[in-house]
Every structure is written in C-alpha cells, then in structure tokens.
Write a protein that binds this ligand. Structure first.
Ligand code: FES
Length: 162
C-alpha cells in the first residue's frame, strides 16, 4: 500500500469537489466556498489542483478569492474571536479588550495562536452596540466586557467550559 503524496491527495480532492460543484468560470466562488467549508481556509495546493481541474489559471482564481473578505488564506484556530472595533465599542474600551486578549493569547495583535486554539481578528460593528464593548466567539456574542471578564471567558474556552 503506497503513501499518497500531498499533491496527489489534493488532486484527488479537487476532482471530488469539482464533481460535486461543477466547473466553468461561474463556479469559481462556489468551488472556493466548498474548499473553505472543508478546511476552514483555502489550502494553496488544493486551490491549484482545482484550478488545474477546471482549466482556469490559478491567478484568476486568487483574483476572485482576494476580492471577497469571506475567504481565508491561512489556517484558522479552533475558536474564532471577533473583537468589535465599531464606534460604540471603541468608545467603551475595545482597544483595552484587544490588548487583554492579545496578552492572554500570546499574540502580537491579530492572528492565530501557535497551538491553533484561537484566531483573533477585529471587525466593524457587530450590530449589538448597546452591549459595547463586545466580542463574538464562534458566533456567540459577549457584551459589556471588562478585562477580568474577558480573561475569564478565555480561560473558560481553554478549559473547555464554554
Ligand atoms: S460598535 Fe460594536 S457592536 Fe456596534
């Protein structure tokens, strides 16, 4: 039994994805969405293999992918933390939340922790300004946060309690 190399595996998966979604330039976005749904980001070897499969230049595919903010080009942590930097949150201490989170997570600003547990990013208004300052973790909103609340929150996720 041979061990498949990464390119072979990507080609295999690319064929599977194209069979599912279809080919043609109008399918580029659905194809990218399917890749991201499976991997949480767009692995380079898989994007190249899909480009190959549908005979579209890989540069054109990246041209589309970079246009839409929904696509990610690097692996994401298990938990996604969105720190709101909208006006209401800014006024209520969003910068403080960001620094506490960076410190807790050992990050230099936004990014993903080395253990791949958390990805932190800043976003514009999350639509719940009365709860400012707000962060969203894995789609769940946490409002009226203070530095101690946010530290507890992260500890809860680390301990698997949230
Ligand atoms: S400004 Fe943060 S939720 Fe609106």
């Amino acid at each position: 039994m041979g061990v498949k190399n990464a390119a072979y595996v990507a080609a295999d998966e690319a064929r599977e994805i194209v069979a599912l979604i279809g080919s043609g330039s109008d399918k580029v976005i659905p194809l990218l969405q399917e890749i991201q749904k499976r991997h949480n980001y767009l692995p380079e070897d898989l994007v190249e293999a899909v480009a190959d499969e549908i005979k579209v230049p890989v540069a054109d595919i990246y041209g589309v992918a970079t246009f839409y903010s929904q696509f990610r080009f690097a692996p994401m942590g298990k938990h996604l933390i969105k720190v709101c930097k909208g006006t209401a949150c800014h006024v209520q201490g969003a910068d403080m939340l960001s620094s506490v989170l960076s410190e807790e997570l050992g990050l230099d600003g936004e990014g993903t922790t080395s253990d791949m547990e958390f990805t932190m990013e800043t976003v514009a208004c999350l639509g719940c300004c009365s709860l400012a300052p707000v962060v969203m973790i894995d789609g769940k909103v946490f409002g009226k946060l203070t530095s101690s609340k946010v530290r507890k929150l992260i500890k809860g996720y680390r301990d698997g309690k949230n």
